[in-house]
Ligand binder design. Sequence first.
Ligand SMILES: [Zn+2]
Length: 109
Amino acid sequence: MAPREPPGPAWRPRGRPLPARIRGRELQRRRARLFAKFPCCVTCAARGQVALATIRDHTIPLAEGGRDDESNEQALCADCSETKTRAESARGVARAFHARRAGRGAGQC
Ligand SMILES: [Zn+2]
């Protein structure tokens, strides 16, 4: 059995494969189970608001080392998912920038 990969930093070097992602019927089953348990958006609920959850979100994005399992999923509404995704995209751009910069060596731009 291969050793489990440690969580590591929030960035991943370019070209490193992402963990396997759940798809198809298994994904639909997990979504149904999540929304049965958490029908409302957890982010809205934390603000005292109520919104129907429609997105199965990875609390820690797969690109940042999160797992595609129940321990790393949350129910979000479309608006909160979009806001979170924008923030994750910005971090991804920053990771790519720093990875390219690190690849060129210290002191170079
Ligand atoms: Zn929300």
